[in-house]
Design a protein around this ligand. Structure first.
Ligand code: FES
Length: 143
């Protein structure tokens, strides 16, 4: 295990693949642990043992990480072309503002919205979650 240059990402390497873990993004969905417990075990240190499964299996398990805290890169492979990024910006004392195109799904995978911009509730008070309905102006949300 090592940390990369930004000091915020830990790296776990095997011969073919590197798993990167950025703890500040992790919300502990446990998807990785359920997918590949021999590799991802948060009761063990180090909690990632990349060489306990094939690189393909590790890659598939990491692809189930919903937060982006876990990522992989193949050793010797060219970095994939960067996609055009959408942008999420926290507004002062208000919603998360998304620009650049987004599709928002409910828990069953049904599309709630597709479009160029959206405002998502950060205060927890909206009656129209995940969208902001302006309640943050009345409930004293600061953030
Ligand atoms: S951020 Fe606007 S209602 Fe929660």
């Amino acid at each position: 295990m090592s940390s990369n240059r930004d000091g915020m990402t830990k790296e776990y390497a095997a011969d073919e693949i590197v798993v990167e873990w950025e703890p500040r993004l992790c919300f502990h969905s446990q998807n990785c642990v359920r997918a590949l417990p021999q590799v991802f075990d948060d009761s063990r240190r180090p909690w990632v043992q990349v060489d306990a499964a094939t690189a393909d299996d590790v890659e598939a398990a990491v692809a189930r990480c919903p937060s982006g805290a876990l990522r992989t890169r193949r050793i010797g492979a060219q970095a994939p072309k960067r996609q055009q990024w959408s942008e999420l910006r926290a507004s002062e004392n208000g919603p998360l503002l998304i620009t650049g195109g987004v599709r928002i799904l409910d828990a069953e995978g049904n599309t709630l919205y597709e479009g160029e911009r959206a405002a998502l509730c950060r205060c927890g008070g909206s009656s129209n979650k995940p969208f902001c309905d302006g309640t943050h102006k009345k409930n004293g949300f600061r953030g």
